[in-house]
Structures are given as C-alpha cells and as structure tokens.
Design a protein around this ligand. Structure first.
Ligand code: NI
Length: 198
C-alpha cells in the first residue's frame, strides 16, 4: 500500500468540547502584525487530523478571533456537492458585515460537539471583512456552503454554537448526550479536552 505523507508543519491540539467556558466567550481581536504563522499551521494540522472543514481558535482553547477553513480535501462523490476546492484560508479579526438572501437548512456538525448533527437554518450569503495571514485587509462575499462554514466558525468566536439555534424541545432531547460529551464520555477519532472529565 502506498501512503502519500503530507509534510506537517504544525502540531495537533486536542479539541475543546462542549461545556468548556472558552467556547462561550466572545474572543478577542489579535493585534494586527502579530506573528500568527505557527498558530495557523497548528490550527490547520488540528483540523485536518480531526477531518473538519473549519476550526475556530476557541476550539483549541485560545480565545482569539481567528478561524481557518479548508474544503480542498473534500471528496466530490456526487454532482450536487458544491465545489470547495478553492476554499482554504485563515480569517483573522473577521467582522461580519452582512448576512443576506434566503435562509436554507442544512445538517451541521461541530468538532466540539462530537456525534451530534442537526439541521440549522442560515441565510445564504455573507459579506465579511477580515485580515489574511499576511495581515492584508480583505472584504469578500460568499454564498452557499462557503457562507455556511464561515457563519458556523464566526459563531464560534462570538461564543455561539450551532445547537443554540435548535428549538427548546430539541435541546432538551440532546441534554443527556451533551452532558456525556462534557464528561468526555464520547467516541471520537481525535483527542478531546472535556471540561467535566474526572
Ligand atoms: Ni464548530
């Protein structure tokens, strides 16, 4: 068997899971010009290891306004799947300028809430301002799945999680599973940091 090994530049952090207060804080801006190269490499490495397509800094325990996305490794197994092969970047100090268009539902998951997937309704299009890795300011518009990934990750740096959008009934039904997750009582393919693990 042949393995193509990616050259790894970063280290893999454990993923902070539901119940940790860092996931509920509004993250702080990073001083522009700060060297964030290693942090971004580590975030990509951690995200790839956990097979996610988005990761926000609070999910590795750092309450700063930074998230990374990477849809380039997604298998395109059906024609319906949106092309995300050019969607790999870091968003630093992002500001959501506008969310517009019709809302649509999609079943979301989150590395910090393992093994739970629920439908979330979000608007189709976002306009966002952010710094790239070289601290250049960008202002861009995204729609469809890219917009959704951005909205989900942006929520993380605002201290928000996708389960916040569920009805009280749905949330009640998930309560036991969420408690298990907080205790580290959940099966994952990646290392987690569970706040209530004994
Ligand atoms: Ni998430």
């Amino acid at each position: 068997m042949l393995f193509l090994q990616r050259i790894s530049k970063g280290m893999v952090y454990p993923i902070v899971v539901y119940g940790d207060p860092v996931l509920r804080q509004r993250a702080k801006d990073i001083e522009p010009g700060t060297d964030v190269k290693q942090l971004i490499d580590d975030m990509y490495e951690t995200m790839h290891h956990a097979q996610g397509i988005g990761l926000a800094a609070p999910q590795i325990g750092k309450s700063v306004r930074l998230f990374v996305v990477d849809g380039t490794g997604l298998e395109k197994d059906d024609d319906e799947a949106e092309d995300l092969s050019d969607f790999k970047k870091a968003f630093l100090n992002p500001v959501m300028l506008e969310e517009l268009g019709d809302a649509w539902e999609f079943e979301e998951g989150c590395l910090s809430i393992p093994n739970i997937r629920e439908k979330v309704s979000r608007k189709d299009t976002v306009r966002i301002r952010y710094y790239d890795e070289q601290w250049n300011v960008k202002e861009e518009e995204y729609d469809g799945m890219k917009a959704r990934v951005i909205q989900h990750e942006y929520d993380h740096i605002e201290g928000k999680l996708f389960i916040d959008y569920l009805t009280p009934l749905k949330k009640r039904l998930l309560k036991g599973k969420l408690t298990d997750i907080s205790r580290g009582d959940v099966r994952t393919e990646y290392r987690i940091l569970a706040p209530l693990r004994k």
